[in-house]
Design a protein around this ligand. Structure first.
Ligand code: UDP
Ligand code: MG
Length: 139
């Protein structure tokens, strides 16, 4: 089933100029980029985006970090795109991420783990709508 998922290249990766390499890894695995932009989240916007994690001990640190520098957000499309992109990213903790994954290659630690990907159809829909209007989605 064709799906769409939201990808974020996080501040740690943008700061190290890794956007192109990460987008290449995504494209090499056959996912299609149907929307793309670079932006800066305010602290409040980052807290809104990660609202599901509001009660977690890492929430303040995570949302400060996510608003500490520019990010690159994109919408990826393909058959089973949500799970496929989670596989391309690798595990949340880079120490557990598999060979060849983005997080294995680039993540600095469990927080500064270079990329975000939606985890289910409902969250993908919410997260895509958070960043993109219908007009910005191509195809
Ligand atoms: N995170 C963290 N400490 C943790 C777990 C997660 O700092 O113990 C951060 C990390 O940046 C992660 C984000 O919070 O990507 C969201 O956590 P989630 O469990 O949803 O992981 P993901 O879906 O990004 O793999
Ligand atoms: Mg998650």
């Amino acid at each position: 089933m064709t799906q769409r998922t939201l990808s974020i290249i996080k501040p740690d990766a943008v700061e190290r100029n890794l956007q192109g390499r990460i987008l290449s890894m995504i494209q090499e695995k056959g996912l299609k980029i149907v929307a793309l932009k670079m932006l800066y989240l305010t602290r409040e916007q980052a807290r809104g985006f990660y609202d599901v994690h509001r009660e977690k001990p890492f929430f303040d640190s995570l949302t400060d970090y996510m608003s500490s520098g520019p990010i690159v957000v994109s919408v990826l499309e393909g058959d089973g795109a949500i799970d496929r992109y989670r596989e391309i990213m690798g595990a949340t903790n880079p120490e557990s991420a598999g060979q060849g994954t983005i997080r294995k290659a680039f993540a600095l630690d469990i927080e500064k783990n270079s990329v975000h990907g939606s985890d289910a159809p409902e969250t993908a829909y919410r997260e895509i709508s958070f960043f993109f209007s219908q007009m910005e989605l191509v195809g």
